[in-house]
Design a protein around this ligand. Sequence first.
Ligand SMILES: Nc1ncnc2c1ncn2[C@@H]1O[C@H](COP(=O)(O)OP(=O)(O)OP(=O)(O)O)[C@@H](O)[C@H]1O
Length: 297
Amino acid sequence: MKKIVLIANPISGQGKAKKAALLTKEVLDQKNHDVHIEYTKHAGHATTLAQNLSQQYDIVVAVGGDGTVNEVAQGLIESGKTLGIIPTGSGNGLARHLKIPMNTKSAALCIDKEKKTSIDTPTINGKHFFCTAGIGFDAHISHVFSKMSGRGLSNYVKAIFKEYGSHKAGNYTLAYNNQTETDHAFVITVGNAAQYGNEAIITPLASIKDGQLDVTILKKPSLITAMNWGIRLFMGNIHKGPNTKYFSTKKLTIDTTTDEKVVNGHRDGEPDQWSFPLEFSINEGRTLNVIVNSDEI
Ligand SMILES: Nc1ncnc2c1ncn2[C@@H]1O[C@H](COP(=O)(O)OP(=O)(O)OP(=O)(O)O)[C@@H](O)[C@H]1O
């Protein structure tokens, strides 16, 4: 018998997380585990809950989307306890990378089996991300999306089409692997995992446990190039696309070539804001135990 706590975000998946938490408890109760549910009361609450509850529970499960997973994971880094995921968001990038089923009952059975691995825990200016983080058009969309009244995939796609024409690429100085260069970039994404979510694979060669960050830079596209990227994103080969640069590194510093002091970014799909210079770091040696559903992670 394991002591398991489920930390559920009641607004995730337009209420889906509440039902998912109850079903997960039912499945794990039947396997004779000691299961307790806690609901988050506000943004950021999942981190403090995870920090406190990890002292009493063996497995702390995030029931929600990538935002909730990020908050729970942050609270577990120093604990030595294990993160489980019941995905109920619209993207579920980390869960998909770890091959966790999108079906709640199947995901709950993964927690019972408790196949584990240690994953890297990178930061951007000291703040953790586990899946992807970056600046440019994807970050802009995460900010626009957060101000829309509804959530879900269809609103996300609407925001992309509405904002694409007006978004400008920026000039940035990048330092990595003992070299410095200036790039004109529409998107700069740093991947711990390979995808944004929804099988949209932005850093196709990323391994979540190799001690390296994978970086995709998409330069300002023509409409044809953007369509090409859109297809490649779902084919898993955007790194071979036109106007694309791809590399891996342990550390990446991005500075601006303008007077801009702060920039809109995203961490695991949630909007964030950072001051230049931006420091992306893998944080070697600080790993997190996570339940997975495959030996091939
Ligand atoms: N009780 C709460 N009330 C309001 N917001 C919350 C609450 N608990 C967590 N949040 C915030 O909700 C946001 C969205 O969470 P999450 O990403 O898990 O769900 P989602 O919106 O269903 O996923 P996706 O972004 O993939 O659609 C996060 O930024 C999180 O901080």
